[in-house]
Design a protein around this ligand. Structure first.
Ligand SMILES: [Zn+2]
Length: 85
């Protein structure tokens, strides 16, 4: 009669053989060894699947009123070199 204590299973991820009681089902339904097991998380409760709470403060500190643009009129002859005869 076969005993489950001595039964050997094969990891569905790496293919190595382990005692059957060490293999666990992962979130995809595969029987995997302890090193390939993804831990307490599965596809539903993994922290990376949740949206982080980020508070985006759009207020501007030390803001000043917009006074508009200031234009300076410069004639082109002001910056040309002098013409010597
Ligand atoms: Zn494995």
């Amino acid at each position: 009669m076969a005993s489950e204590k001595k039964a050997i299973g094969e990891c569905d991820m790496c293919g190595f053989q382990y005692p059957l009681h060490q293999l666990k089902k992962n979130s995809m339904g595969f029987r995997v060894c302890p090193s390939d097991w993804e831990g307490a998380y599965n596809l539903q409760n993994h922290p990376q699947n949740k949206i982080p709470r980020v508070h985006d403060d759009e207020n501007i500190r030390n803001a000043r009123p917009d006074e508009g643009d200031t234009y300076v009129t410069v004639t082109t002859t002001d910056w040309l070199p002098p013409v010597y005869p």
